[in-house]
Write a protein that binds this ligand. Structure first.
Ligand SMILES: [Zn+2]
Length: 255
């Protein structure tokens, strides 16, 4: 049972028991508010932390000793070719979770991802701020639209889906299940979209990595390209090898 369902059941039980206690004159009225506050807090935290697997099961970490996987979100973007140059030079295969409208804009970069041995995943079509407030039907439409762009560009249908912002909720859980996708989270969040100093970003990543980690990066960020060679070289010196996320997890990347 998902934590979401268990939490909902416990919420109802707590509410009924407290109601009985209140009617029996055992507790004060304000104690009735406690289950609401706890329930709403848990629902919100469960939405934010994909690694809790609160609403749906996501793959957030692998089990292979000393292997780590690089994942890049939000591309293709202008910086993508430079990132691909680094990966080629260092002989590292990664995963690119593409925003469908960007894939439609830069089909030649989607082809380059595929030709250079990287895996292409789905990261919604618009990646709008309102993505998580949409109905299941609209989420399914975005996932399918992006899969269609990828299929017509490189001839394969992705199975890997990364929720925009890593936010999950019941509608998304149903959309992922309906489309038969695997939800892919992460265990190391680089925060490269907010990073200002390359050396800090590099050190943060090198200090955090452990066996099986899935690292979240963005191929829309110049700072990410700046640290990428150093990160790969120094992670290798620490004994890590780079695997593609589908290989790290032993799952199929395409239908
Ligand atoms: Zn994103």
């Amino acid at each position: 049972m998902r934590p979401y369902k268990l939490t909902s059941i416990l919420f109802v039980i707590a509410l009924v028991l407290l109601d009985i206690a209140y009617l029996g004159g055992i507790v004060e009225w304000w104690l009735l508010l406690l289950p609401f506050v706890a329930y709403i807090s848990l629902l919100a935290l469960g939405a934010i932390f994909i690694e809790w697997n609160f609403y749906l099961r996501s793959f957030n970490k692998g089990k292979k000793e000393k292997q780590i996987a690089l994942t890049f979100d939000d591309g293709p973007a202008e910086i993508t070719p430079a990132i691909l140059d680094v990966l080629k030079e260092q002989n590292v295969q990664a995963a690119f979770f593409t925003i469908g409208k960007n894939a439609a804009k830069y089909p030649e970069l989607v082809q380059r991802w595929h030709e250079e041995g990287h895996v292409v995943g789905n990261h919604s079509y618009h990646h709008g701020f309102n993505f998580d407030w949409q109905s299941r039907r609209k989420m399914v439409a975005e996932i399918e639209q992006t899969n269609h762009v990828i299929l017509t560009t490189i001839g394969v249908t992705p199975l890997l889906f990364r929720p925009p912002y890593g936010v999950t909720n019941p509608n998304l859980a149903r959309a992922v299940s309906q489309t038969g996708m695997y939800s892919i989270g992460w265990s190391v969040r680089s925060l490269d979209t907010r990073a200002k100093e390359p050396s800090k970003l590099l050190n943060k990543l090198l200090n955090e990595i452990k066996s099986g980690d899935i690292i979240l990066l963005h191929d829309s960020m110049a700072i990410t390209r700046e640290i990428l060679t150093d990160f790969i070289v120094q992670a290798r010196k620490k004994g890590f090898t780079f695997a593609r996320v589908d290989q790290l997890l032993d799952i199929d990347a395409y239908a």
